[in-house]
Each structure stands twice: as C-alpha cells, then as structure tokens.
Design a protein around this ligand. Sequence first.
Ligand code: NAP
Length: 255
Amino acid sequence: MTSSPLTSQFTGRVVIVTGAGSGIGRATAIAFAAAGARVLGVGRRQDALDKTAQEHPGIAVLAADIRAAHAPEAIIDTAIDRWGRLDVLVNNAGATTLMPLADASAGRILHLFELHVVAPSLLARAALPHLRQTRGSIVNISSTYGHRPVPGAAHYAASKAALEQLTRCWALELATEGIRVNALAPGPTESQALTAAGLPQPVVDQIKQHEASRIPLGRRGEPDEVAAWVLRLADPATTWLTGQILTLDGGLELT
Ligand SMILES: NC(=O)c1ccc[n+]([C@@H]2O[C@H](COP(=O)([O-])OP(=O)(O)OC[C@H]3O[C@@H](n4cnc5c(N)ncnc54)[C@H](OP(=O)(O)O)[C@@H]3O)[C@@H](O)[C@H]2O)c1
C-alpha cells in the first residue's frame, strides 16, 4: 500500500491490532507499520502472527486469546512496556458465525459476545489511561450486519450491533478527553472468515460468487481497502470525526 500525507501522521505512534494474523487485521497491521507506526499484532496462532510480522519490521506480535482472563490488560501492558505509549486500539478480532436460531446454544452465544463485546470493552478499558495521555483513538471493526438483518447469523449480527452502540456511547463518554471512537462496517471482504467458520470450500466458493454478484461495484472487498479506511478513521489528522459507523461494502447496502 502506498503511504499518503494523511497516513504519514503515524510516525512514532503506537497501535494495537487484534486479529492481526490474517485478513483485515493483517492488512491493517501492515498498513499502520508502513505509515510509520509501531504495531502490536495480537491473535491466537503464533505462526499466523509471525507471517504478519515478517511483512514489516515495525510489527511485533503477541499470541493471546483476547477472551482469556487478564488477556486484555496483558496485551495493553505489552505495548506500553515495549514502547511507552499507546495511540490507537483496533478491535478487529472476530468470527463470522452462522447459527440459525434452532442451533443456538448458550455456549456459542456467549462465545460471540465475549469475542465481539466483552473483550473489546476490556481492551478499551485497559487502554483508556494511555489513550488519555496521547488523545488517541479506538477503531472497532463491525460488519454491515451490525445494522442490517441477516437470516441464519442473528447472534453474530447482534454482537456487532452491540459493538456499534458501544462505539457511539464511548464516543460521547470520551469526547471531553479528546479520545475519538469510530467503527468500520465492512461488507464481504476476502479473508479467512468463511473458512474459519467451518464451511467446506465448495460452499465458501458459492457464497463468494453470490455475494460478488449482489455487490453494485461487482466484487468482494480486499483487506487492503478496508485497512486504508481504518487508518483514515484513526489518523490524528482526522480531528473532528467521532461516534461514526462507516460502511465500506461496494454499495451493497444501497440495494
Ligand atoms: N471478511 C468479511 O467479509 C467481513 C465482513 C464484515 C466484518 N468482518 C469483520 O472483520 C474482522 C476481521 O475478520 P476477517 O474477515 O479478517 O477474518 P479472519 O481472517 O478470520 O480474521 C479474524 C482474526 O481474528 C483472530 N481471532 C479470532 N478469535 C480470536 C480470539 N479469541 N483472540 C484473538 N484473536 C482472535 C483470528 O486469529 P486466530 O484464529 O489466530 O486467533 C483471525 O486472525 C472480524 O471482526 C469480522 O467480523 C469481516
């Protein structure tokens, strides 16, 4: 990705990206590092994180399950111990989960809300004292299904809707401290999400083809395209934007 005058603002700044071992998170970690930031990429798979770190010397990684007890505090402490500051928290780790109501269980519902609501909240809480010092920002990665209904994945959608409402509430709560909070709601984007959801390859291919045919711009998104907007939302030069949910979906939401 080429850097622009807008993105060069990240020189010397520190960014945490969760879910940095693949897809949107990997592209985001690389884009921040290319724009001058020092990046801590977090995820559960060490091998996947190592591949991300190999893409840029500005990226360090930490293998952690963000849902684990005390993991959010440990993640923030790791960045602070290493670089002494924190400017941006990107709550990106997530899991596309198809779960018709008939198949819903308390365990699976709790898993989704731990991943998309509880862990991002505890990460934001632990980041708060440091974001106050840098007048930094939080970018939450939602989904178009955070504000559009979808059959067969209601709890995924509901957990992303909660993340969008946290975004608006935190934006108001933290505005007087100069901390901005925004969210990006991507449409169908190339990543490991569908495979990670446990779908067989022919089904994944079928879903991708169907999605691309419905998108006015004629294709699914690329992780780099999403990453570019994460940087724009987080950029300290974007001084007057907070509490917004930006949909990035090739026009799908208009249909
Ligand atoms: N791709 C799309 O079409 C799309 C559309 C809308 C929204 N999104 C959202 O975009 C975000 C990124 O997804 P993606 O599409 O890039 O999919 P992805 O390639 O599957 O990336 C998700 C990442 O989250 C990490 N992760 C999952 N559970 C974790 C946990 N408990 N602790 C730490 N890390 C965890 C995974 O790494 P490990 O397995 O190694 O932990 C993985 O690297 C998600 O929040 C997703 O809901 C994606």
